[in-house]
Design a protein around this ligand. Structure first.
Ligand SMILES: Nc1ncnc2c1ncn2[C@@H]1O[C@H](COP(=O)(O)OP(=O)(O)OP(=O)(O)O)[C@@H](O)[C@H]1O
Length: 363
């Protein structure tokens, strides 16, 4: 869908921002360009919608050389989201979203209806449509930026550090939202970030660039962590890459074991072992320590907070974390509705990891 063929960009002052780079981005996937500041990510991205022209080489979108396309017409098929959302400050949220469809000649009524749908799609309440950008939080503004880029339903979306101006918690929410949207919309997304964790979370493929616009590695996130191509990539992906790789190992073979449970609100006797307390819906609420005297029905004050919960079937990293963070060393596994399934030990999880890691033929 997007292809860079031997693309090079040298600015008039002699800076080589992109050095003879070839890369193809698969249709319907999120591809991330990641690298340190100044390595040419933005330059590369802007060549797709002709905001920057290459010094040599070719950029193709949908099989056509972008130089053969009229820039304005080309950009109508390419949504563009930037840091700080870049919204028009004197237009309401709805009018911001409606800008491109209006330019494309749709009726005012139709465009407003569509803008309302898009607000909902990006997780914003309809009331926010009447506000001005300054009356929204940073995260809400970013969502509006995404809605605006999606308004003309472009097959391609360029996102240049769209989430870097918001705090880490909001940022994670926006990333999850993008993944959810992408599962629904199947756009071809080219996403720029300098944050390797963001790249690994979002990208089906990740292109690591280094200074001078060189492509250091282009791989799926799991491969990037498992086999960094050189010292630069190793350094860039960071020290705990082995641990982070667990995000890609599924936990289907994990076999949770039963543990003693007690129900909140019920009468419990004194015992010498830890028990897991569940609410009436069967969801874990914490651990009841050994030798606890409970007078009357069991309430939450008696419990020690549990560790993180591992949802059955999600990556093994969560199972290990659940075991390591639990006061009992037993990681609690829940189903999709949060209901208790069983417990796992770190040892059990590590055993599975070991099996996954070991190359064929080794004892
Ligand atoms: N208009 C310009 N004229 C001259 N040099 C430029 C111009 N735009 C960018 N550069 C230089 O080109 C190189 C690549 O810049 P670019 O913005 O593409 O990098 P980046 O990886 O997106 O960086 P950042 O993460 O800091 O945004 C940098 O050295 C930058 O200073």
């Amino acid at each position: 869908m997007i292809e860079f063929r031997s693309v090079r960009k040298e600015y008039p002052n002699g800076t080589v921002a992109v050095h003879e780079l070839s890369l193809s981005v698969r249709t319907g996937t999120i591809t991330v360009l990641v690298g340190p500041s100044g390595c040419g990510k933005t330059t590369l991205m802007r060549m797709v919608n002709r905001m920057i022209e290459p010094s040599s080489g070719t950029v193709l979108v949908g099989g056509t050389d972008v130089r053969e396309r009229d820039p304005a017409e080309l950009r109508r098929g390419i949504g563009y989201v930037i840091q700080q959302a870049g919204l028009f400050p004197h237009r309401t949220v709805l009018d911001n979203i409606a800008t491109v469809p209006r330019l494309n000649g749709h009726s005012k009524q139709e465009v407003r209806r569509r803008a309302g749908e898009l607000l909902e799609l990006v997780g914003l309440q309809p009331e926010l449509g009447a506000r001005y950008p300054a009356q929204l939080s940073g995260g809400q503004q970013q969502r509006v930026g995404v809605a605006r880029a999606l308004a003309a339903d472009p097959p391609v979306l360029l996102m240049d550090e769209p989430f870097s101006a918001v705090d880490p918690v909001v940022r994670e929410g926006l990333q999850d939202e993008l993944l959810r949207l992408q599962a629904e919309l199947d756009k071809t997304v080219l996403f720029v970030t300098h944050d390797i964790d963001e790249a690994i979370k979002l990208g089906e493929k990740v292109a690591v660039l280094r200074q001078g616009g060189h492509l250091a590695q282009y791989a799926e996130p799991d491969d990037l962590l498992a086999e960094p191509a050189d010292d630069f990539v190793t350094e860039f992906v960071g020290r705990d890459r082995g641990y982070r790789r667990l995000s890609f190992v599924d936990s289907d073979s994990l076999q949770p074991q039963p543990v003693d449970t007690v129900e909140l609100g019920s009468r419990v006797d004194r015992q010498q072992r830890w028990r897991l307390a569940l609410d009436e819906a069967g969801r874990p609420r914490g651990w009841l320590p050994p030798e606890t005297d409970v007078d009357g029905p069991l309430d939450e004050d008696r419990l020690v907070a549990g560790g993180s919960l591992h949802t059955k079937g999600s990556p093994l990293r969560g199972a290990l974390d659940a075991a390591l963070s639990a006061p009992t060393g037993l990681g609690v596994v829940v189903d999709d509705d949060g209901g208790y399934v069983g417990v796992v030990t770190a040892e059990h999880v590590l055993g599975l990891i070991e099996r996954h890691r070991r190359p064929e033929g080794l004892p």
